[in-house]
Design a protein around this ligand. Structure first.
Ligand code: SF4
Length: 290
């Protein structure tokens, strides 16, 4: 629960505020940019929500904050905000919300489809979210991009009986009982619509999931940078090998996709030809950041 006495000084006066426990994960800023911005390494409220839509987005961010660092002076009914999560992005792809502190606030996604829903990385195991996922058809497969973003995977497995998919290089103490480890570095087709593409670099077994040649779920491999205005990768938090990461990003030239949906960093959407141009721009930056 956010504490009023720890309210950061950069918040504008009024109902919503961020307290000093903020870990600067960026979630609230892209979920509700009209309300939240970055000041001196943490989020703060730069403008109080005025419309119903702005208030709803701010409350969705409040529910999704991994450290419960967003508070309000007034009491709010969050039923509507809870019902708005998972939040549809496009087609049957949703942003789950309810980010987990154990994955440093990584974003997780739900793919809703007739062949069985897929949870991409793990949100916080939260009852209202679980009920909403049940209403959307549950979870058949849980694809984990890498070891850092597994959060409450075991609870989701226990509740939904889903098959978890994780590259074998990423398996550790908490993930030894993964049902479907991925071996080697060749792409692996899970079914007609989904392809696992191993993309070592951030970690040795980091992998992306390509869905319907349209949505690329990238974990911490590549993302959009709102400040630089191009696709990039996390040079300072590359835990395994930057050259490998760049090579893995170059191999993505072989695929068509329109969306990059990352764990950290911003998502982006371009029609596929423009995405190729944006990828080349991003690759040039990555190659020069060696
Ligand atoms: S979602 Fe929470 S932890 Fe993340 S930047 Fe916003 S206030 Fe900080």
């Amino acid at each position: 629960m956010a504490q009023l006495e720890r309210r950061l000084e950069h918040n504008v006066a009024g109902d919503f505020f961020v307290d000093a426990s903020c870990i600067d994960c960026d979630t609230c800023r892209w979920m509700a940019p009209d309300t939240f911005m970055r000041r001196e390494g943490q989020a703060s409220v730069h403008r109080q929500p005025e419309t119903n839509e702005e208030r709803l987005r701010a409350l969705m961010a409040l529910l999704s904050c991994p450290t419960v660092s967003i508070g309000t002076e007034q009491k709010h009914d969050v039923t509507e905000a809870g019902a708005a999560l998972p939040d549809r992005i496009a087609d049957g792809v949703y942003h789950c919300g309810y980010h987990s502190e154990s994955s440093y606030g990584a974003t997780s996604y739900l793919i809703v489809r007739e062949a069985g829903n897929i949870l991409v990385d793990s949100p916080r195991f939260n009852r209202p979210l679980v009920r909403r996922i049940e209403a959307l058809g549950g979870v058949r497969t849980m694809f984990l991009t890498h070891k850092d973003d597994v959060a409450d995977h075991a609870k989701f497995r226990e509740h939904f009986g889903c098959e978890r998919v994780l590259h074998e290089d990423e398996i550790g103490r908490g993930t030894r009982d993964i049902e479907r480890p991925i071996s080697g570095f060749e792409p692996v087709r899970l079914d007609e619509d989904t392809l696992v593409i191993p993309t070592p670099g951030h970690t040795s077994g980091s992998s992306c999931l390509l869905y319907r040649d349209k949505f690329l779920f990238t974990g911490d491999h590549i993302a959009w940078s709102a400040t630089m205005g191009h696709i990039y990768a996390f040079r300072s938090v590359c835990w395994y090998d930057w050259s490998e990461l760049v090579r893995s990003a170059e191999l993505l030239r072989a695929y068509n996709f329109e969306w990059i949906l990352p764990g950290h960093g911003r998502r982006c959407h371009f029609e596929s030809e423009r995405m190729r141009v944006e990828m080349e721009k991003g690759l040039r930056w990555m190659q020069s950041a060696a």
